[in-house]
Ligand binder design. Structure first.
Ligand SMILES: [Zn+2]
Length: 389
């Protein structure tokens, strides 16, 4: 992939935070690294004798983040929190907020403690397509270990405090200088350095390695496919009824979408879960698959969703059980955002997911996180709080 760092452009920025903004924007410009709010970055800096972690605030996109999008949090508090045996994610969030030196700054990323634990000035974290594609394949662990021998490789753990604490435990007596980065299986990648450019370069280099591996082992070509006729108005009507609101439906019939929707065993192929855990908040775990009977497909989806919820729920509030997108056999992909913008965001996420699934299949089969892990993410207490408000 392309390294977008230009010395001339970089020379317009000086100081830790300004350079942090610049290289975060650079990462954000490559949609094969992060999409819509995905990924996070940080820089450690001294302020009045105290070490501060400036970490991406929630609600900001890397591509457009500005200095005020970074939350300044006391490093000492974050490192103390990492040591706690137990901490709920809600308590972690409020603890992080209390440690902010500017109360008007946005909430720090839920990965702030993890950033604090990495003893380098600049930390970059992305959900790079190529890395998660390989990770989400049947022999992913083997491939990743071979491709990244000098990385710390972590099996899937839900983002938030548990992940941060696990990394704290794993790195107590750790030779960080020999470590080139971190791979979180089924989630993403971290690179770090004391220099912003070096950390960015390491990200591009690592992801390029994964991309080269995919070009060699999982190249894709799409035949030209003519979509069949499908009653899209009927689909819209059924989904709006289930959701109880109007939707800004979007149809995707790109060669990729048509290829994806024309696969044999479509249901099995297109319902194997998300590419990176946070996508589940937008897309749900699986799409509606329409093969023959549309009405039956919708009512089965809703019934299956309720069964999935009941299987794992403790005291959570169920989300609306209607699908957020559909794969319609030989027709394409249909997105069900509430607004045009939301449908476009969904479409971007699904385009990247479809590529990843097809490529992982070339590596032997796509495999995402378990049903239970999916539920934990979809019904994360931090998401539930928003609903309960
Ligand atoms: Zn992440």
């Amino acid at each position: 992939m392309k390294n977008l760092w230009r010395a001339e452009e970089a020379s317009n920025y000086s100081g830790d935070l300004e350079l942090r903004v610049f290289s975060s924007n650079l990462l954000g410009r490559s949609d094969e690294l992060v999409l819509h709010g995905g990924g996070n970055t940080s820089v450690k800096s001294m302020l009045d004798g105290e070490e501060i972690l400036y970490v991406k605030g929630s609600g900001w996109d890397l591509v457009s983040i500005k200095a005020e999008g970074f939350s300044p949090v006391k490093m000492s508090t974050l490192l103390e929190m990492a040591e706690l045996e137990e901490l709920s994610d809600s308590d972690m969030v409020s603890g992080q907020k209390k440690a902010m030196i500017d109360a008007t700054a946005p909430n720090p990323s839920v990965e702030a403690i993890l950033h604090a634990l990495i003893p380098f000035k600049v930390v970059d974290h992305t959900h790079a397509d190529a890395v998660v594609t390989i990770s989400n394949s049947v022999n992913g662990e083997e491939h990743i270990a071979k491709l990244f021998p000098n990385f710390l490789i972590i099996p899937y753990i839900m983002p938030g405090f548990i992940l941060a604490h696990e990394i704290y435990k794993m790195t107590r007596n750790f030779d960080w200088d020999a470590c080139e980065g971190i791979i979180l299986h089924n989630h993403g990648i971290f690179t770090f350095d004391d220099d912003a450019k070096n950390s960015y370069d390491k990200m591009i280099e690592a992801v390029s390695k994964a991309e080269d591996f995919l070009s060699e082992n999982a190249d894709l070509t799409f035949d030209k496919i003519e979509p069949t006729v499908f009653d899209i108005e009927k689909l819209k009507e059924l989904i709006e009824k289930e959701k109880g609101c109007e939707i800004a439906l979007k149809v995707n019939q790109t060669p990729l979408a048509l290829h994806y929707a024309s696969q044999d065993h479509l249901y099995m192929k297109a319902t194997r879960g998300v590419l990176t855990p946070e996508h589940i908040i937008r897309t749900k775990r699986i799409p509606l698959i329409v093969n023959e009977n549309l009405e039956e497909a919708v009512s089965n989806y809703v019934a299956d969703y309720k069964a999935y919820f009941e299987k794992f729920a403790r005291d959570e509030i169920m989300l609306n059980p209607a699908p957020n997108y559909a794969v319609v056999k030989n027709f394409g992909v249909v997105l069900f955002g509430k607004t045009e913008k939301e449908s476009n965001v969904l479409n971007d996420v699904i385009e990247h997911t479809m590529m990843a699934v097809l490529r992982a299949d070339k590596l032997g089969g796509y495999e995402s996180i378990s049903l239970k892990d999916s539920f934990e993410m979809e019904y994360w207490e931090l998401e539930q709080v928003k609903l309960k408000k």
